[in-house]
Write a protein that binds this ligand. Sequence first.
Ligand code: ZN
Length: 275
Amino acid sequence: MRIMISADMEGATGVTWTADVQVGTEQWQRFRNMFTSDVNACVAGLYGGGATDVLVNEAHSSQRNILLEDLDTRARMLTGRHKPLSMMQGIDSGVDGVVFLGYHTGAGVEGVLSHTYLPNQITGVWLDGVHASEGRLNAALAAEHGVPVLLVTGDDLTCEDANDYVPEASTVAVKECVSRYAAICRPPSVTATAIEDAAQSAMTRAGRFNGTITGHRIEVEFDAAHLAAAAAVVPTVEQLDVRRVGFDAATMTDAMKAFKVVTAIASGAVEGSYG
Ligand SMILES: [Zn+2]
């Protein structure tokens, strides 16, 4: 039973603020421990439920956040940036289940540190006309490979979002959103128990299903006109409105690769505090 954990940091235990997830800050150093604790709890639960191989794919920012030296020795970790499938690198048709750990809500909606890929410049993303978080996008990619989403952890609104795009998946709310930068949090020892229990019982749904490969359409809205214009330079990406672009792709895998290009080009066009 091969399981993959896609581990993001904004939805980790205790995280509520920019510095908590910003590489190099004192707060980030502190929250790396809580992030690693969430991951270890998940690994323990997955093995308790019958997993035989767990790959942790770091999905946040520099993708060098989890403390390898403290990682459960049964797990393997994919760390570092520049991976073709980014948050979902490692997904393939041999994986029996995926966990979205430390996830958050999408750009333009409520939720602790809500965003989609770029921290602030994207105001909304739509997958086939439905407002999409990173979780919804990544679940569609997993489905294409026939891989079920077993468990999603994050704030309570992230869990609500997951209930909509993968209603069969388990969820653990490690914190209750009060605002984009505030949450009612539970200590890591408490959330670890909840994550471990949920991961263990979610393993009953591990296994493969026949994924369908279909075309998908992604639309992206930015907070400034020049970012949409920059993204529209990419062949097949069409400028739909002053701040909005869209593109079609033959598969979800291609759609996510194109989305990665669009976000990379747009972030390269951001100029200081004017954005
Ligand atoms: Zn994220």
